[in-house]
Every structure is written in C-alpha cells, then in structure tokens.
Write a protein that binds this ligand. Structure first.
Ligand code: HEM
Length: 294
C-alpha cells in the first residue's frame, strides 16, 4: 500500500519565521527521499499514469488531455452534488456561489478542445488504431456529470455494469435526483404551482418537458424581478452552467469533425452524426424554453 507521508501542519507564524530565517529564499533542502509537494499532490503516482499505446508523438497530448478532462469531470460531479445538497437545504445564495465555480470549470473543459484541435487528421490517424474500441462514450465520470445535471439515458450506464466499484457509482448517479430536480422542487416550495407528477418521483426516468415548470421559470423572470431576487440569480447561474456544458459538446463535435470528418467513432456510432444529435440536447430544458415566453 502507498505510504501517505505526514505533512505536519503550518501556520502563519511558522511561515513568517521560515521566510525570515531563509531571507525569503525558497526552501530547497528536504530529507526523507521526497518533497512535501510530491507527497501532498501524489505527483509521482500521477506522472506514472501516462501509458500511450503507440510510439506516435501526437498520442501523448491526446492521452494527457483525456486525463485532464477526466479530473475536471470528477470535480464538476463533486461540486454539482454539493449544489444539489444546498438547493435541497434552501441555501440559494450558497448554491449560486458554487455554480459560479462550476461554470469556470466547464469553461476550462471547453478550452481543452483548443489543444486537441491542434492535432492534424494524419497525426491522429497515426495512433487511432491502437485505441481499439476505447471511446469517451465509455467515460463514467462524464456519464455521472450528465446524470447529475439531469440528462438520464439508462442505456449509457450499461457499459459500466460489469465494472466493480464503478457500476455502483454510475447507478447511484442515475437514480439520485439531479441538480435540476432539486431546483424545480425548490421552485415548488417557493410557491410555483408545479404538480407532484412534474416533480419527477422516479429520478432515473428521462425528463419529460413540462408546461408547468416552464411557466414557473417564466415567472422567475417576470416584470419586477431581477438580479435582486435570489431565484432570478439561480436561474441565470444554472443557465451559465447549461450553456457552458452545451458549448463543451459543440466544441467536441467541431473538433471531431475537423479530425475524422465523416468516419465512424471507435465506440460504435457513426461519429459526427451521433455527436450532432446529442449536441442538440439542452440541460435544464424548461429554463431554455421559458425564454420563448418572456
Ligand atoms: C480528439 C479526438 C477525439 C475524437 C476523434 C473523438 C470522437 C468521438 C466520437 C466519434 C464519439 C461518439 C462515440 C463513438 O462512436 O466513439 C465520441 C464520444 C465522446 N467523446 Fe470523444 N473524441 C475525441 C476526444 C475526446 C476526449 C479527449 C474526450 C475526453 C475525455 C472525449 C470525450 C467523449 C465523450 C464524453 C463522449 C460521449 C458524449 C456523450 O455521451 O454525449 N472525446 N468522441
């Protein structure tokens, strides 16, 4: 088992004392065969996890960017479950504050396509065969993000059902209420006339668009309400996240189109045609459709 080295604990006084003693120069002498930074971030473990399957130089940026995205999906998922808990607890300003960070993480994910878009088709094709049937479609962290946001397609949980330790997490994300369910339930608690059937008693079901929910969101934007109203701020913070995630999908589609054109994917789909269809989906659908009523 990997040893987790005790980092001790710091304090402002201790840091001031060290800086004064070393006249502001960096600490460069450590014993114990490691550094506190290596230990804190598990750097040696992290940097041992890049195992491209070919000798092609362009596989390394593809591989590392894929891992970066997985870490950011994980962060998104964890933060979104906290947003859901805050909404359940009626702590709207705290949820809005956290959604601000979620949006920044989604923006960061979008910017990763700039690096992947720098791969020429010939560079990608040089290592593509070594991926076999591996596809981002099988990313369970991404699937959990889609589920916690409310896009629940149970078929896409199937690749993970035989994977110990993963199947349970994906199943839980599918069955737990989404951030959107929590936001709609909050609207109902604040007096919006949303019938219980529209509050999704079976969270694993695909969300059916509801007129009542659309009306409720339209009410949040009604005349006289605005940035001084916490539900208005929540609606816009949710839209920021929905838009950023839709942008991630759209940039994926564009990047894939410029790299493989009309070729099929490694995960079994027709490729761009499939990605184009999933890109049309909107998270928090009634928040989008309500705009047509304003
Ligand atoms: C740059 C080269 C890439 C190409 C050519 C590509 C291509 C594709 C294609 C064709 C699909 C459709 C499923 C299939 O048949 O495979 C797909 C799905 C997907 N890819 Fe990529 N991809 C690339 C990079 C990435 C990276 C780096 C990630 C991040 C981990 C990623 C994440 C995903 C996800 C999450 C899906 C499923 C989307 C959904 O369910 O809505 N892709 N990709």
């Amino acid at each position: 088992m990997r040893r987790v080295r005790d980092l001790g604990s710091g304090s402002d006084a201790e840091r001031a004392r060290l800086a004064a003693r070393g006249e502001g120069c960096p600490l460069v002498d450590f014993d114990g065969g490691s550094t506190p930074y290596i230990d804190y971030q598990s750097i040696t473990v992290l940097l041992s996890l890049q195992q491209p399957r070919s000798e092609e130089p362009a596989e390394l940026p593809f591989y590392i960017l894929g891992q970066v995205k997985e870490l950011l999906f994980k962060l998104l998922y964890e933060e979104l479950t906290r947003v859901r808990a805050l909404l359940d607890a009626d702590e709207v300003p705290q949820a809005v504050w956290l959604l601000r960070r979620v949006r920044k993480v989604a923006d960061l994910l979008c910017s990763t396509w700039d690096v992947l878009g720098s791969l020429a088709p010939t560079e990608f094709n040089a290592f593509r065969d070594s991926l076999g049937k591996a596809s981002g479609l099988q990313s369970y962290m991404y699937r959990m993000v889609e589920y916690v946001l409310g896009n629940k397609d149970p078929v896409l949980a199937r690749p993970h059902q035989g994977v110990p330790g993963v199947a349970e997490q994906v199943r839980a994300a599918l069955e737990e209420p989404s951030v959107y369910d929590a936001a709609v339930a909050l609207l109902a608690r604040r007096g919006a006339p949303i019938p219980p059937a529209a509050l999704r008693p079976e969270p694993a079901r695909t969300h059916e668009p509801s007129d009542e929910i659309e009306h409720a969101w339209a009410g949040v934007y009604a005349a006289g309400r605005g940035p001084g109203d916490e539900l208005f701020l929540l609606a816009e913070a949710l839209m920021d996240v929905a838009e950023a995630m839709c942008r991630w999908r759209a940039l994926h589609l564009l990047t894939v189109e410029r790299i493989i054109g009309t070729k099929p994917g490694t995960g079994g789909t027709h490729g761009v045609a499939w990605l184009r269809r999933v890109s049309e989906h909107r998270f928090f659908p009634e928040l989008w459709s309500a705009r047509g009523r304003l």
